[in-house]
Write a protein that binds this ligand. Structure first.
Ligand code: CAA
Length: 264
């Protein structure tokens, strides 16, 4: 694989018709800091300059995680302006995936939590390893999903499942995610890359203009609601970020202990 942009956090490779993007911070379970989010936007711009491109994949480096969410340690000390910039950047990165000219396939090789699941849900299709675990654990940190989870989870699973997963913060196995419509295909961990390639080839050999126009129309079918929902999500995320419970939730994560919430 050839690194064409910041080789520490986002790698790209592939061939004439397929681009592979890898989030590369395995020691932090590929958590999304500013470098990763900016790198992802740049990588998407770069690979789409290739006219022959038909499909993009996104995966996480290592065997443990796709992406374990927004970078909690990094977020914890941010002031109001910086956190607003960060959440807006995260939402821009998710929109860049959603608005890519060609279908984007999330290859979920491990934990897809919080911002990581949100990243997967911004992709067109989610293929998961049977070892993957998925969830929106933000309420355990005193916050809500901030990169589109309150909107895109509903789109994928319906509101009942979205409520259950977001209120409880629970992690679910890939097989359950498949039953719920949260992921589209589950493949054994050993065969994940082959499974992803087989699916990409299904797209690659179809009429490219038809696939790309279908992608646009499918996106536009719910775009108006999505955009206003995303705006309200940012505002609510920023309000919650000022609370004592958020400080306690993030501190507890970093100290590897249970949080004690007070509703303040
Ligand atoms: N941010 C920053 N660092 C993270 C991280 C995250 N989201 N997730 C994991 N890490 C780090 C850990 O702090 C740890 O670092 P150290 O080795 O320096 O201690 C390293 O990655 C390995 O993680 P663990 O030791 O915790 O590994 P584990 O196997 O015991 O647990 C896990 C794995 C269940 C995924 C656990 O790491 C975890 O719960 N991570 C946090 C998941 C989460 O809450 N995500 C949501 C973030 S908020 C968000 O995403 C908001 C939004 O919508 C925008």
């Amino acid at each position: 694989m050839t690194a064409i942009i910041d080789e520490n956090t986002v790698l790209t490779g592939g061939d004439e018709v397929r681009a592979d993007i890898v989030i590369n911070r395995p020691k932090a379970l590929n958590a999304l800091n500013v470098d990763v989010l900016q790198g992802l936007i740049l990588a998407l711009e770069k690979v789409q300059k290739q006219e022959s491109l038909r499909v993009i994949t996104i995966t996480g480096a290592g065997t443990k995680a796709f992406v374990a969410g927004a970078d909690i340690a990094w977020m914890a000390d941010l002031g109001p302006r910086a956190i607003a910039d960060y959440v807006e950047l995260g939402q821009r990165a998710m929109r860049a995936i959603e608005r890519a000219r060609v279908p984007v396939v999330a290859v979920v090789n491990g934990y897809a939590l919080g911002g990581g699941l949100e990243l997967a849900m911004a992709c067109d299709v989610i293929i998961a390893s049977d070892k993957a675990k998925l969830g929106q654990p933000e309420v355990k940190l005193g916050i809500i999903p901030g990169f589109g989870g309150t909107q895109r989870l509903v789109q994928r699973t319906g509101i009942g499942t979205a409520r259950r997963l977001i209120y409880s913060g629970e992690m679910i196995e890939a097989e359950e995610a498949l039953r719920l419509g949260l992921v589209d295909k589950v493949v054994s961990a050993e065969e994940l890359q082959e499974g992803a390639t087989a699916f990409c080839n299904e797209i690659i050999n179809k009429a490219p203009l038809a696939v790309q126009q279908a992608k646009r129309l499918l996106r536009e079918s719910s775009e108006q609601f999505l955009l206003s929902g995303l705006q309200r999500e940012v505002e609510t995320f920023l309000d919650l970020f000022q609370t004592a419970d958020r400080e306690e939730g993030m501190q507890a994560f970093m100290e590897k202990r249970e949080a004690k919430f007070t509703g303040k």
